[in-house]
Write a protein that binds this ligand. Structure first.
Ligand code: SF4
Length: 236
């Protein structure tokens, strides 16, 4: 089996519930989607980065693991695109007793279920329609997959949290529709709900952010608005 990696590096986690932790990032190549705010466009192509055998990739991870690494973050691209290889690599990291962390848009619940056993932390990123991730025709299928992934992750007992990126384009109405799907159908135990404003492109204003916050707060008081902190210190 082969895997295509765009890059591997140690930095500070700048997003989500574990921000501030020293993290080894394993960035997989490949994502077929088109979010307008994507900040890793160079890793979207399946020809980006370099191909490795699984054994070579394990060695690469081992050689890049430094002292006091809190977790290994599998990111992308979208790691689900190479789900089999990601399972192998995450299993390898778990055997080293280092927590594994999955960042995904959760577009495919079948692939997600395959990788789930090898992850300790799961970030489920719900995409808004205005993100341009997919077109309107395919949006309901995406949402169904994301919801199924949330159900699988929460029921597995893994530390699971939700993230939604919002921009000046995001309407309160469509944001509330996602919340209805998440919270009205079932209440899952989640470790956090992060609203992440876009950075440097069509940024939402404070009024919008507070309205999004209030909408989530009705269901979940642990909601937090957290920008991508690593960008403020120039970290990758
Ligand atoms: S899902 Fe992630 S990697 Fe893919 S286009 Fe959107 S932001 Fe970029």
């Amino acid at each position: 089996m082969k895997v295509r990696l765009y890059e591997i590096f140690t930095s500070i986690e700048g997003e989500g519930i574990l921000y501030g932790t020293k993290t080894l990032f394993v960035r997989l190549a490949g994502c077929p989607f088109k979010c307008f705010y994507c900040d890793t466009k160079e890793a979207l192509s399946m020809t980006s980065g370099r191909e490795y055998t699984i054994e070579e990739a394990k060695k690469l991870i081992e050689n890049n693991l430094v002292k006091n690494t809190y977790k290994v973050n599998f990111t992308g691209g979208d790691p689900l695109v190479q789900s089999e290889a990601v399972s192998e690599l995450a299993k390898f990291v778990q055997q080293k007793k280092i927590p594994t962390y999955l960042e995904s848009s959760c577009f495919d619940s079948v692939k997600f279920e395959q990788v789930l056993p090898y992850f300790d932390y799961i970030k489920i990123e719900f995409k808004t329609l205005d993100s341009e991730f997919v077109n309107k025709k395919h949006y309901s299928t995406l949402l169904e997959n994301e919801l199924q992934c949330l159900k699988l992750a929460a029921n597995s007992g893994k530390t699971t949290y939700i993230k939604i990126v919002v921009s000046s384009r995001t309407t309160l109405e469509q944001f509330k529709q996602i919340l209805t799907s998440i919270f009205d159908m079932a209440r899952y135990k989640v470790a956090g709900f992060i609203i992440q404003p876009t950075y440097g492109i069509e940024e939402p204003d404070l009024k919008q952010l507070l309205a999004f916050y209030d909408a989530v707060y009705t269901y979940y008081e642990g909601v937090r608005i957290i920008p991508q902190l690593h960008k403020f210190i120039g970290a990758p």
